[in-house]
Design a protein around this ligand. Structure first.
Ligand code: GLP
Length: 241
């Protein structure tokens, strides 16, 4: 595990973006596992800046996102497909047909998950997986559980996750209660993992994730076992490391 402690959110975003940019430059046909949430927004901004300066080429890149709310259409402004278009895909030369997000409108959960697993398999897995961290230690939408999950599956979101995500919706009632998410095994099979964590509110959970017991009750704790884990944190999130 390599931990980068950066001064603030902006520096952490720069560092995360530089790791993703290096991946793109060294392997222009990379399969990137991408994440949503407020944490990676700054890193996406830096990647867009680099692209606009002519430093990056996304034309050979394939992206496979971690998760999507069940029931939200790609046009819904809180869907993760909309988020990715808004913060990255609309501003770089990635071929949109090579960008994948689970189909939130597919009502048949088995079908949605099966299709997503087959996409991940078809592309031979993920070269670099970007992750944020939920307040309860979730990654993607893999919530605390009694066992680690494997492949893409449908999850019931925990009350704390629903609460945390309410800030993006008009009311708590509007927050979807379920999501499709990539499983822990798929995340662990990524060749490299980049975990980005910022802000004091995540300091406690980050310490548990990196130095506590490896347990499905703290899903991200499994990352301790990943051979190529890069953690980018700002000083606030890293204060107990
Ligand atoms: C959501 C997403 C996660 C993300 C988490 C933290 O639950 N499914 O992928 O890491 O939120 O979000 P934030 O970065 O806004 O704290």
């Amino acid at each position: 595990m390599k931990i980068y402690k950066e001064k603030n959110y902006d520096e952490a975003s720069k560092k995360a973006a530089s790791i993703i940019a290096a991946q793109i430059t060294l392997k222009p046909d990379s399969i990137l596992g991408l994440a949503t949430g407020s944490t990676p927004i700054g890193a996406y901004e830096k990647l867009v800046d680099s692209y606009k300066k002519g430093e990056l080429d996304f034309s050979g890149i394939t992206s496979i996102n971690l998760d999507e709310y069940r029931g939200l259409s790609p046009e819904h402004d809180q869907s993760y497909r909309y988020f990715m278009n808004l913060h990255l895909f609309n501003h770089v030369n990635i071929n949109k047909s090579n960008t994948f997000v689970p189909d939130g409108l597919e009502k048949d959960a088995d079908k949605a998950c099966r299709l997503y697993n087959s996409i991940i398999e078809k592309y031979g897995g993920i070269d670099l997986q970007l992750l944020g961290l939920g307040h309860n230690g979730h990654i993607g939408f893999n919530e605390p559980d009694t066992k680690f999950t494997c492949d893409t599956h449908c999850v019931d979101l925990t009350p704390s996750t629903i609460e945390a995500n309410t800030r993006f919706f008009n009311s708590q009632a509007e927050v979807p209660k379920q999501a499709y998410t990539m499983g822990i095994r798929t995340i662990m099979q990524a060749r490299r993992v980049l975990l980005m964590v910022t802000g004091e509110a995540k300091a406690d959970i980050l310490k548990k994730v990196l130095y506590g017991p490896v347990t499905p009750e703290v899903p991200a704790s499994i990352l301790q076992l990943h051979k190529h884990l890069y953690v980018v944190a700002d000083e606030e999130a890293a204060k107990y490391l």
